[in-house]
Design a protein around this ligand. Structure first.
Ligand SMILES: *Cc1c(COP(=O)(O)O)cnc(C)c1O
Length: 347
């Protein structure tokens, strides 16, 4: 019964395919610190074009992309306005305080906030008491809120309000590909309002690693310095870049399947009176569900499912997260839902 492992912990667990490995093996490479890696250069140009920005740089991880963006756009002591439970606050081991010396103000709910909420949270510059707000960051899709899409019109309003007040704007778009897949909006439209935009290759796209940061040429030049300062400047990173180029070519269009599979799991789970989930709130490939009173707690559900080969994360005492991805075909998602329904039904 446990011979088949169904890993719903994250879309980062995907393994490079044989064809992706072949593309990596054949990639032309050079020393990227001299700007001489043709594969890295090609990926950077491709992603800059997709996002409608002047330039982009390759970084080893999404966390470093976020850290470099914050360092580029803020000074120590500054205030950064973010959505509640964003990646930078919860998943980067306090890096923003350590590397950039900034403080966060979390606003809104369920991963989004309005332009009015943003304006109300801004602290003025040049005041003897207030920490100046110099950056607003939006996470799209929002990980901890369950892959929620940030409403684009509101993002545009927020960025206009920011620009009027000389506040910089940053989009943590680690899963921006999923927004495009779900809404049909071009990446360049989603990225347009922001000064800097980060995207990840290691999530739904299935590459073994790497993220990119894109923006205006002067900002990317500054970011390139901080990438080096933070230890993220690499050499023949074209091996990774080739995987990224392959993923953009072959794995982007199929993200809609992950979303359909997430819908399937959410609808099945909603059948149980012991699970609280509204499938309409599952917009992309992340399913966050709550265990109703009387149901076992999240740790118990995760342990029981794991014993049956279905891997998930407890995201709170009574909250569980499941993520669909390219290594989980529909049949495995159906089986995972059936196992979850069984383990929550037990007392
Ligand atoms: C995964 C993720 C990142 C980057 O994480 P790494 O594990 O460092 O690649 C950044 N932001 C969000 C919203 C993420 O989900």
């Amino acid at each position: 019964m446990t011979d088949e492992r169904i890993d719903l912990r994250s879309d980062t667990v995907t393994a490079p395919t044989r064809a992706m490995r072949a593309a990596m093996a054949e990639a032309p490479v050079g020393d990227d610190q001299y700007g001489e890696d043709p594969s890295v250069n090609a990926l950077q140009e491709r992603v800059a074009a997709l996002l409608g920005k002047d330039a982009a740089i390759f970084l080893p991880s999404g966390t470093m992309a976020n850290q470099v963006a914050l360092r580029t756009l803020t000074r120590p002591g500054d205030d950064v306005i973010v959505s509640r439970e964003c990646h930078a606050v919860w998943h980067e081991t306090g890096g923003s305080a350590a590397n950039s010396g900034v403080q966060f103000t979390e606003i809104g709910s369920r991963g989004t906030f309005t332009a009015d909420e943003f304006v109300a949270a801004i602290k003025p510059r040049g005041h003897v008491i207030y920490p100046p707000t110099t950056l607003v960051e939006i996470e799209n899709t929002h990980n901890r809120s369950g892959g929620v899409i940030f409403p684009q019109q509101e993002a545009e309003r927020i960025c206009v309000a920011a620009r009027d007040r000389q506040i910089a704007t940053f989009l943590d778009g680690a899963r921006l590909w999923n927004v495009m897949a779900a809404t049909g909006m071009p990446l360049a439209t989603l990225a347009a309002p922001f000064d800097l935009v980060a995207v990840a290759l290691s999530k739904g796209l299935g590459a073994p690693g790497g993220s990119l940061l894109a923006g205006a040429r002067d900002l990317i030049a500054t970011a390139t310095r901080y990438r080096r300062m933070f230890g993220g400047a690499m050499r023949q990173s074209g091996l990774y870049a080739a995987a990224g180029l392959y993923a953009l070519e072959h794995h982007l269009a199929r993200l809609v399947e992950d979303h359909a599979n997430a819908q399937l799991i959410a609808r099945r789970l909603a059948e149980s009176p012991r699970i609280r989930i509204d499938p309409a709130t599952v917009q992309t490939n992340i399913i966050v569900f709550h265990l109703a009173d009387g149901a076992p707690d999240a740790a118990t559900v995760v342990a029981r499912a794991s014993a049956r080969g279905v891997l998930l994360f407890a995201f709170g005492p009574r909250m569980v997260r499941a993520v669909t991805h390219r290594d989980l075909p529909r049949a495995q998602c159906e089986r995972a839902a059936a196992v979850l329904l069984e383990v929550v039904a037990r007392d």
